[in-house]
Design a protein around this ligand. Structure first.
Ligand SMILES: *[C@@H]1O[C@H](CO)[C@@H](O)[C@H](O)[C@H]1NC(C)=O
Ligand SMILES: *[C@@H]1O[C@H](CO)[C@@H](O)[C@H](O)[C@H]1NC(C)=O
Ligand SMILES: *[C@@H]1O[C@H](CO)[C@@H](O)[C@H](O)[C@H]1NC(C)=O
Ligand SMILES: *[C@@H]1O[C@H](CO)[C@@H](O)[C@H](O)[C@H]1NC(C)=O
Ligand SMILES: *[C@@H]1O[C@H](CO)[C@@H](O)[C@H](O)[C@H]1NC(C)=O
Ligand SMILES: *[C@@H]1O[C@H](CO)[C@@H](O)[C@H](O)[C@H]1NC(C)=O
Ligand SMILES: *[C@@H]1O[C@H](CO)[C@@H](O)[C@H](O)[C@H]1NC(C)=O
Ligand SMILES: *[C@@H]1O[C@H](CO)[C@@H](O)[C@H](O)[C@H]1NC(C)=O
Length: 383
């Protein structure tokens, strides 16, 4: 061998300033070139939303047609949601494809997409709840547990459905606020302004705090989902409802906590609560770094948070991603996305050792999707 392949790989990592085309479309193209297996799974939903933004950015129908051709593989002509969707398994993860279905409904006015989304909305009417009224993350697996992840899976869809079809349903708007209130009451650390992964209202999970039911650690991706949920729900939530100001307040103090937790190089640690940042085995994880970057940028654009306080934070994080997590060593001019942890579950013992023991993957939709969202936002700044 005449080449040192490690050095070659490093040389191929490209700083943002040298990017020859916008990352929002380039990263989308890369996944389309490699091919995506159509699925209604939330990870696919997260990637498809990236393609929606690439479409909105470029106006190029290739992205739109790709999304539609994928979704049409699991929504039949009558609007039945396929892909083994079951009305007897209650997982909030299943709801994440809802916004993609509504995107297609709005662009085609084809009723079958509304029918499919309606099945997900109907699930919420049957989803088991904690005694206080919080949706279980998944039944029967996680009784009385709310996870930050589930807030992103369910609430932006719930709010969008309401806005489109049920805007005068005050009970439903109140219900959305209740989900955030319960999470805030049980998971928020008012000193660090960060939230732990979830809580068990029955306090029986192996990890549950005996008094509050809270999980022990701040897992970066759960917090990333939660930050994005707050921002995206505000797209649909009526300003006239008293809950609107509350959501803004939750988002505002979360922004303070996330900015304070940023590593000097610009990213965020997998396990974010003290004293774990910097500890052996912990690392800067790419999916949450992308989610936080996107959240800051969108919140700045919409005037929810102050550019003077947060823009530099977001730009620094974005710069880090383009050098550390975007790699131009794919085949056929495709980009690879590096450094995303595969999973983090409260079905575990939820210890620091558990979280750091999970493997990291290349080209994970849950990281690449949010990187496309962040790219979309950063590219808007240049317009
Ligand atoms: C691309 O480069 C990154 C960073 O060096 C490396 O982690 C990854 O495995 C490489 N991927 C391929 C397909 O060579
Ligand atoms: C893209 O633009 C369309 C039309 O303006 C809009 O309905 C849709 O919500 C947008 N999608 C996203 C993901 O922003
Ligand atoms: C649209 O996007 C596809 C995929 O990136 C590309 O091959 C095609 O050239 C683009 N079309 C236009 C008109 O830019
Ligand atoms: C549906 O279930 C069948 C049988 O278990 C499995 O082979 C198939 O991959 C599943 N499809 C999806 C989209 O999950
Ligand atoms: C209003 O929302 C509540 C809570 O989701 C739901 O139970 C009820 O069926 C909705 N009402 C209508 C008319 O859709
Ligand atoms: C809340 O965060 C502070 C600052 O990081 C920390 O000292 C404290 O232990 C945390 N509280 C709980 C209950 O974890
Ligand atoms: C790369 O391009 C070649 C030639 O067009 C094609 O045969 C091959 O399938 C492509 N590989 C990928 C991973 O798309
Ligand atoms: C928790 O689970 C991890 C593996 O996921 C294991 O390494 C660790 O020892 C467990 N800790 C406790 C206290 O059970």
């Amino acid at each position: 061998m005449f080449f040192n392949f490690d050095i070659l790989a490093l040389l191929l990592l490209i700083p943002a300033s040298y990017a020859t085309q916008p990352y929002s479309t380039w990263m989308s193209d890369s996944f389309m070139t490699r091919g995506v297996t159509a699925d209604r799974h939330y990870a696919n939903a997260v990637l498809y939303r990236g393609f929606e933004l690439a479409y909105n950015k470029s106006g190029n129908a290739t992205y739109y047609n790709y999304i539609k051709s994928q979704v049409d593989q699991f929504v039949d002509p009558a609007g039945n949601l396929g892909g083994n969707y079951s009305t007897s398994l209650f997982s909030l993860d299943d709801l994440r494809i809802g916004p993609n279905l509504l995107f297609l409904y709005q662009s085609t006015q084809d009723a079958r997409y509304k029918t499919a989304a309606g099945q997900l909305r109907a699930q919420l009417d049957r989803q088991p709840r904690t005694p206080r009224g919080g949706f279980w993350h998944r039944s029967p697996d996680y009784p009385n547990q709310m996870w930050l992840d589930g807030i992103y899976m369910a609430e932006p869809f719930y709010a969008q459905w309401n806005q489109l079809f049920d805007a005068s349903n005050v009970t439903a708007w109140d219900d959305i606020i209740l989900q955030f209130d319960l999470i805030e009451e049980h998971c928020r650390n008012k000193t660090s302004n960060l939230l732990v992964h979830g809580y068990d209202e029955s306090k029986v999970a192996v990890w549950a705090d005996p008094v509050t039911g809270a999980a022990p650690h701040v897992w970066d991706r759960a917090l990333g989902w939660y930050f994005m949920a707050l921002i995206d729900v505000l797209d649909h939530f009526p300003e006239s409802h008293s809950g609107y100001a509350k959501l803004l307040g939750y988002m505002d103090s979360l922004a303070v906590g996330v900015k304070a937790a940023q590593d000097a190089a610009g990213g965020w640690w997998l396990v974010m609560d003290a004293p774990y940042p910097g500890m052996k085995g912990n690392y800067i994880e790419s999916s949450a770094t992308a989610m936080f970057t996107f959240s800051f940028l969108k919140a700045i654009r919409l005037g929810y948070i102050d550019s003077a306080t947060y823009l530099e934070t977001a730009q620094k994080a974005y710069g880090l991603m383009t050098t550390k997590f975007v790699a131009q060593n794919g085949t056929n001019s495709t980009l690879n996305w590096e450094g995303t942890v595969v999973v983090g579950s409260l079905g575990s013992n939820a210890t620091f050792e558990y979280y750091i023991g999970i493997k990291v993957d290349e080209n994970d939709f849950k990281g690449a999707g949010p990187f496309i969202y962040a790219s979309y936002e950063i590219e808007l700044l240049d317009l």
